[in-house]
Design a protein around this ligand. Sequence first.
Ligand SMILES: *[C@@H]1O[C@H](CO)[C@@H](O)[C@H](O)[C@H]1NC(C)=O
Ligand SMILES: *[C@@H]1O[C@H](CO)[C@@H](O)[C@H](O)[C@H]1NC(C)=O
Ligand SMILES: *[C@@H]1O[C@H](CO)[C@@H](O)[C@H](O)[C@H]1NC(C)=O
Ligand SMILES: *[C@@H]1O[C@H](CO)[C@@H](O)[C@H](O)[C@H]1NC(C)=O
Length: 349
Amino acid sequence: MLSKASLNLVLLAGLIAPSDGAIFSREVSKANLEAAYGALQQWYNHSNGLWIPSLTVLTGVATVDTSMKQQIAGVIAETFVKAPHYSPEMAKVVDMENERYLMQTFYGDRWPFLPPWYVQQHGRPHRHTFKNFINDDEGWWALGWIAAYDLTQDHRYLTQAQIIFRDMYSVFGKINCSRNNAGVGGIWWDKNHTYVNAIANELFFSTAASLANRAGSSSGGLSYLDIAKKQLAWFRGTGMIQSNFTINDGLDQQTCRNNGGTIWTYNQGVILGGLVELSKATSDKFYIDTAHNIANAAIATLAPSGILRGFLRAELWRGWLAIQRNLRQEFACPAQSKPKGPIQRLLQA
Ligand SMILES: *[C@@H]1O[C@H](CO)[C@@H](O)[C@H](O)[C@H]1NC(C)=O
Ligand SMILES: *[C@@H]1O[C@H](CO)[C@@H](O)[C@H](O)[C@H]1NC(C)=O
Ligand SMILES: *[C@@H]1O[C@H](CO)[C@@H](O)[C@H](O)[C@H]1NC(C)=O
Ligand SMILES: *[C@@H]1O[C@H](CO)[C@@H](O)[C@H](O)[C@H]1NC(C)=O
């Protein structure tokens, strides 16, 4: 069952989604959207600048309802200043008993609390920066700051995304499974180099591709476009994308091949954003075609009845939102044909 918080998030995402782009005829009233935003903000904590949903959800609200823009820009600015002092006091542990490849998250100041054995073995996690022990958390922050930049054009946010990206980049192409017949790439999931998974690598790819379209010459010596292309080639070379275009959780550290882990929704969703950005950067149709294949496979596998199934609350809404947002962005391009079949049904669901 979804908790009340997640229901509100799913509801909010649904309200945001159908209203942008003339191809979607369903009307969404601003009053509904603003009510959903109000519910969402009950989970916002002004003292640490954090809340359960994400920056990207809020920027989505402001994009649809411009009368909310100023207020939301204020919340984002507060998060920018306050969150680094709190958010990274968190640890993720993978491979707990019973739940292979399911990451468990623990916090310093709220439930579920860091287990005593963890603190004993590893000490307390670091604070005071958006950098983090876990590369996938860094990637979520980076994409959030890029969305904040798109909304506000405030360069501090873009710069922050670049700083975070550079931290992830420090292991790019230097991991155990970095070389395959498609090239060299890849990053670790964590700073302790225990696992190579799809989500960290998709977030890295999407951030690189997004920065390629925004950071221009102020890239501090990195070619984001080049990195994005290499990363995607490597990712395809690992076999994490199966022949039917669904994406599994990660790589087997011994064989460097697909470990057959769970097909999480967010792993089907995040890559779409990167593919959309890369197609904008290159005008190469291959990337959009790949996005279609992945989206169709995700829908067929995870939403056969038109309702997306997910297993974890946060994972469900993130994945759902990523798929919806990215498809919508793609179909908003004038050159793109209108959505058909299962994609159209999903977008209208
Ligand atoms: C808000 O954040 C502060 C600082 O982390 C914390 O002490 C407080 O308990 C939080 N409030 C709620 C309602 O979670
Ligand atoms: C990472 O590995 C080192 C060495 O094994 C260990 O001391 C440290 O506590 C680990 N950190 C985390 C967060 O697992
Ligand atoms: C990575 O490879 C090294 C040897 O090349 C090995 O010792 C280490 O266990 C591998 N890491 C993982 C997570 O399997
Ligand atoms: C794709 O393959 C996976 C297993 O490898 C399976 O779980 C999934 O249902 C398949 N999806 C489709 C649409 O065939």
